[in-house]
Design a protein around this ligand. Sequence first.
Ligand code: NAP
Ligand code: G3H
Length: 486
Amino acid sequence: MFESMHEGHPVYGNLIGGEWKVSQSGQFIDIHSPVDGSLVGKIPAMTQEEVKEAIAGTKENQAAWAALPVYERANILHKAASLLEERSEEIADILVMEIAKDKKSALSEVTRTADLLRYTADIGKGMEGQAVSGENFPGGSPDKISYVNRVPLGTVLAISPFNYPINLSASKIGPALIGGNAVLLKPATQGAISALHLARALNDAGVPAGILNTVTGKGSQLGDFIVTQEGIDFINFTGSTEVGMRISQLSCMKPLLMELGGKDAAIVLEDADLDFAADNIVSGAYAYSGQRCTAVKRILATDKVADALAQKLKERIEALKIGDPRENAVITPLISDKAADFAQELIDDALEKGATLVTGGERVKNLLSPTLLDHVTADMEVAWEEPFAPVLPIIRVKDVDDAIAIANRSEYGLQSSVFTHNIDEAFYVAKRLEVGTVQINNKTERGPDHFPFLGVKASGMGTQGVRYSIEAMTRPKVIALNLQNS
Ligand code: NAP
Ligand code: G3H
């Protein structure tokens, strides 16, 4: 059973071989809501032996799954998308309580995921392979022809973060499945119940037994074990740079796709429309309390615009609704007290070193008011650290080149925004920024989900995005035909 009751609380199982199983160890992890501390449910703490069995289970039917015509795999993804839509209210309510995402954003995560699965199915059907003639290369012959198709890698380990438990699980599972792989999903512990609802939709839609198995348990206890298992053929990870680096060190020769942390800059040039920039920066920085890899995490502006911009930001930030995600507050409790402590330390450090508090800085437990700091300088931690909280620093720069230099001094390289009416200046800046994506006159953001999405430096390796993810989790298989006397 997907969900049973124990002492009045829901207990969830893991999907293993098409069945919902709790751990034989009898060990559970209590998932408490960051909203009010209530118990959302219990998830199994799986043992290493059970993880091994779950990996072995992905091997049993993978070849048959890969042999299924792609349109049949696509039909299953379409059905799963419809089930997600049918269950969107129920799943969004779980997201609200499990990760304190506001209801509107939670619903949007579910419907965005349905769209992603459908798009993935359709792109998968359109990936047709290639025939390459030998005559194109010097000395080659038209009698030598290579037929190139894409084949799966085997078992993909999908590890997803807490902030998009449905969408960032599906963005790995969908492309892996359409490519013919089996998947082992290890969701974030806080977020696992939501992710299990995704697994349920895929299972109900007809993903065969063992083709999607899930394992729950703390990453700190199970992580090293899972990523080093022989049966894992590919690791698709989204999460912090710290954990990503550890996986990369341990995984030894396993191919990786990693989307990690960021410190996205919004560079506001002197000719920018400041109202427009302020609207974008506020929604980019504070949506879901700044707990997005692509959140705007610093503003780089010259003195000429910084005062006016700070004022416009202040007005907008003070209008943000703070509080309960069930009531569609934008600023909701952070995922944990620890996360709030970290953000608080960044604010305290900046204020001690002379930053100006424009607005915010208040805290009740894990609920932090949206905070804007001005006159932040390079010696302050908030200039470089990713708060993953509603904390935004303004760093004043001398000119455009200074902005580019400071932007590039970050260890991260996910995205940046540049606000200007001057397209030449926009391209001047964009070409010089060491990031995966530059947004001209927009907040930093991942979507639409078919765009390539990637980070450079400590922000990741490999490229996500529907087609790119399918390509990453499949490989070319070449069959060379050598005609005789044609
Ligand atoms: P996290 O702490 O790194 O956790 C991510 C996932 O890794 C969770 O499932 C976690 O499980 C697991 N994990 C923890 N330790 C592990 C280990 N040693 N080996 C294998 N897996 C392990 O990140 P988070 O707090 O969930 O998410 C926030 C971070 O993710 C931020 O840095 C953010 O920028 C980044 N992020 C990046 C993107 C992107 O696309 N670039 C998107 C979203 C988030 P447990 O929950 O059980 O610990
Ligand atoms: O948290 C990281 C996500 O990949 C960000 O996605 O820009 O659509 O919020 P988003």
